[in-house]
Every structure is written in C-alpha cells, then in structure tokens.
Design a protein around this ligand. Structure first.
Ligand code: ATP
Length: 201
C-alpha cells in the first residue's frame, strides 16, 4: 500500500487538501485526531498521565484538560520529555494500525509534524502544502481569530518553509483560491494513482 504523507505549516491548507482527497475516496489518517484519541477517557495513556501529574489535569467530565497540561509542560522540560516519550510510541502505533486498515488505492497520513518527527519514515511520498507566510497569517487569523503575532510565533516554532520544501516529493502551492486548489488535488490524485500502478506489489 502506497502511503502518502501530507504536511505544511499552520494554515497552509492541509485539511483543505485532505478533504478533497476524501471526496475522491481516499482514506486519510489524521495524526492530530490520533493524538487526541489516545488520551480519551478509558485510555491507558490518560491513566498514566494522571498517575504521573495528578488528577487536577482532568476536567469535571473526566476528559484531559489540555490547556492545563500545556501550561504544565510549557516551562518544565522534564515534564514535556516524559509526556512526549510516553505518548509518541502510542500515537505512532495507532497511526500504523489505521494505515494498515485502509482499503483505498493509497492512504494518506496528514500530520503537521510529519517532517519534525519520525512519522515521515512511514511514508513513500511526501506532499508539502505551501503558502507564503502572509497568507498563513491571514487565513489562520480569519479561521481561529488568532492574532498575527500568535500565528507568527507558531510559524517561528515550526520547521522553516524552505526546509520543508526541500524534503517534498510534491509541492502544492495553495496561494490561489479553493477552486484552483481543487484542480491541483485532482492532478495530485492522478499522479499518485500512477505511482500506485508502478509500485511493485
Ligand atoms: P492547521 O495546521 O492550522 O490545522 P491547515 O494546514 O489544515 O491548518 P486549513 O485549515 O486547510 O489549513 O486552511 C486554513 C484556513 O484557510 C481554513 O479556514 C481554510 O478554509 C482556508 N483555506 C485553505 N485553502 C484556501 C484557499 N486556497 N483559499 C482560501 N481559503 C483557503
């Protein structure tokens, strides 16, 4: 099974691309969703987190209080390291399971941290969705009412655009409108189906 990784900076249009691919019948494994799923109530990882840090990290409904956890690890590198070392293998295993279960001609792994983590090693073809920083700021701002300064800070913390592009097998420039993006995704889909046909079984 051909595994296609899709990544890009904040607000670049990863979700817009994967939505179009889903319309074309392609299954998408979303690393952000997996990362949320593994800490749902009843999951072993959530029990481990509360055993380690305490029950104050739970909301009254028993969910993980993400804001409290973010605050806790923000200026505590040891806590962050513990959390990442605990969650990382679980997330990866869950991603691999979902990729293996996919039935479509190829499967997509969408992840903002595809290139920053070892997740890219799971993929055969890397697609980077790319827009200039000014567009990242305006699109993310109108979606989440983030300030330009907040978005800039997130962009600074992510892998620089040129480094991402250097690792891409395919670059999708998403600086035009959504109709243009759709035609680009249809072209991408055709190219990936050709790769599937060429790949040895
Ligand atoms: P994040 O990393 O923040 O989750 P993302 O890379 O998944 O972001 P999207 O959510 O797909 O990005 O796009 C960001 C915003 O820009 C959304 O509101 C989306 O509808 C809009 N958008 C995406 N592509 C275009 C486009 N070509 N033209 C106009 N708006 C767009």
């Amino acid at each position: 099974m051909l595994i296609v990784g899709i990544t890009g900076g904040i607000g670049s249009g990863k979700s817009a691309v994967t939505r179009e691919l889903e319309q074309l019948g392609i299954e998408v494994v979303d690393a952000d969703i997996v990362a949320r799923d593994v800490v749902k109530p009843g999951e072993k990882a959530l029990e481990d987190i509360t055993a380690h840090f305490g029950n104050h990290l739970l909301t009254s409904a028993g969910d993980l209080n993400r804001a409290a956890l973010r605050t806790l690890i923000f200026d505590d590198p040891a806590a962050r390291k513990w959390l990442e070392e605990r969650l990382h293998p679980i997330i990866r295993e869950r991603i691999v399971q979902q990729l293996n279960n996919a039935q479509s001609p190829y499967v997509v792994l969408a992840s903002p941290l595809l290139l920053e983590t070892d997740q890219h090693q799971l993929t055969d073809h890397i697609v980077v969705v790319d827009v200039p920083e000014a567009i990242q700021i305006t699109r993310t701002g109108s979606r989440d009412s983030n300030s330009a300064a907040q978005v800039k800070a997130i962009i600074q913390a992510q892998m620089p655009r040129d480094q991402k592009i250097a690792k891409a097998d395919t670059i999708i420039d998403n600086s035009a409108d959504l109709a243009t993006l759709k035609t680009k995704v249809i072209d991408l889909h055709a190219k990936l189906l050709t790769l599937v046909k060429q790949a040895p079984n």
